[in-house]
Design a protein around this ligand. Structure first.
Ligand code: F0G
Length: 454
């Protein structure tokens, strides 16, 4: 077998507990069978997300001590702005407190009521922001994007034919903007080909429709372009990033993922767009030289973005995910293939085919895996969808249990333990039943909703 190698050494550790299964049963019940509502003290391996919990490097931590703290005009901000311009080749940068803050500002500024926002795939908070502002999300993925067993290298691509057809039939003025999410979170961290960004950019320019890229998961996507696309494997990470950025009018990202800190930002060369966003920035985020981020995080982000251009750093997520996915495939466990970014994604649709989809297969699997292992994953299925206007459930196209691998956090033996527990659970899957809500928030119910066994 091919072992993924850690290209770092561990110099600071945090103690973990693996509480007994009786406590885990009690804990998940107290949490309403929602892994978001568990507490760390009851969790062995936290694979909920990579958001804000990737390991920071020694250089990032050191940079946090050399900040220039000030409300307005700090040198830390200038360093960050310069680093962004160097890497992305765009002049204007608006810092915000995290990724969804970008989505809030961009939706307020650019979503026109009753227009379409075509995209490769939605993300939860993106869709909610667009809908609140009266826009309609259209997912234009390719027919095989949702196949759980696949060897297609770039399942995240937007379907350019469908995009052209939409423009021909509805007219460019019915489209507020086109969005591509690098690394498609909700369909298993599947990457987008560089040519797909380039071609989308050309269509957008031809019809004068703004093209916005969500680059939160760009680090993994960049690794996949370098390793899966013959055409671009000889370009440097910086050259590829520049091509991506040049294809788009606006690039935004959650720095909780890209840059390994806690923050986010919007980048553009479009002065009018910048000014429009800038007007709203102090109202929702903060002054233009911090935007809700601490200067410490901004200083660490300068280093984090540089490190994101280091192939030996950004391969650490994908090679461990690949190991996990390949081993699960060998054991016959249904898992999304090819391995993507962010984490391993169990295919709960197949894993729990004896549970009706209305009883939330992915949510049930998340609760069961926690009980069986102390590992916390995240439901990415029907619970993560909003209900239809008539109150009925909108069934997700894919029911996934995501096991995120925050970069450089878990060791190979911890990954092996997780694989072993998943394999056990798969053999004993008939023990797992469905769930129903007993407390259900109206918006983004997956965060705070509570469920009980049916
Ligand atoms: N876009 C993508 C592709 C994301 O994955 C996320 C967050 C956001 C935007 C929003 O960024 O959390 O900083 O506000 N994804 C996290 C996750 C929450 O766990 O997948 P944020």
């Amino acid at each position: 077998e091919e072992l993924p190698l850690e290209m770092h050494k561990v110099r600071m550790v945090q103690r973990l507990d693996l509480v007994p299964v009786e406590r885990r049963l009690k804990a998940i019940e107290e949490a309403g069978n929602n892994t978001f509502l568990l507490y760390n003290k009851d969790i062995y391996l936290d694979m909920l997300t990579d958001s804000g919990v990737n390991a920071m490097s020694d250089k990032q931590t050191a940079a946090m001590l050399t900040v220039d703290d000030s409300y307005a005009g700090s040198a830390t901000f200038t360093r960050l702005q310069d680093k962004i311009a160097e890497i992305f080749g765009k002049e204007y940068f608006l810092p915000v407190h995290q990724g969804r803050a970008c989505e809030n500002l961009l939706s307020l500024a650019f979503v026109k009521k009753d227009t379409y926002i075509p995209m490769n795939y939605h993300f939860t908070t993106t869709k909610a922001h667009i809908m609140i502002n009266g826009g309609k999300v259209l997912e234009l993925f390719l027919p095989d994007a949702l196949d759980s067993v696949s060897s297609k290298p770039f399942k995240g691509n937007i379907d350019l034919n469908q995009l052209q057809k939409l423009i021909d039939e509805e007219g460019a003025d019915k489209i507020s903007f086109i969005r591509i999410e690098a690394g498609t979170n909700l369909i298993g961290g599947q990457p987008v080909a560089l040519d797909n960004f380039i071609e989308t950019g050309k269509i957008a320019r031809k019809y004068k429709i703004p093209f916005i890229v969500d680059a939160s998961l760009w680090a993994d996507n960049l690794h996949f372009i370098k390793t899966r696309d013959e055409k671009y494997k000889n370009l440097s990470t910086r050259e590829i990033t520049r091509i991506l950025s040049d294809s788009a009018d606006i690039v935004y990202f959650s720095a909780r993922k890209l840059g390994h800190v806690r923050g986010g930002g919007i980048i553009t060369n479009d002065e009018a767009a910048y000014k429009k966003l800038l007007e709203m920035l102090p109202l929702y985020e903060g002054f233009s030289t911090y935007g809700g981020m601490s200067t410490r995080e901004m200083e660490a982000m300068v280093v984090g973005l540089d490190e994101t251009m280091d192939e030996e750093m950004i391969n650490q997520g994908p090679i461990f995910i690949k190991y996990m996915v390949d081993e699960l495939v060998k054991l016959g466990v249904p898992v999304i293939t090819p391995p993507g970014g962010l984490g391993a994604h169990l295919d709960a649709m197949a894993f729990l085919d004896h549970v009706p989809q209305k009883e939330y297969r992915a949510g049930s699997l998340a609760a069961a895996l926690y009980i069986a292992s102390g590992v916390r994953g995240m439901e990415r299925g029907t619970i993560s969808e909003e209900r239809e206007e008539d109150g009925s459930d909108h069934f997700a196209a894919v029911e996934l249990l995501r096991l995120a691998l925050p970069r450089r956090v878990f060791t190979l033996s911890q990954v092996k333990y997780t694989i072993d527990r998943i394999a056990w659970l798969y053999e004993n899957r008939k023990l797992i039943g469905g769930l129903e809500f007993y407390e259900e928030p109206k918006v983004l119910r997956f965060f705070f909703g509570k469920l009980k066994p049916t």
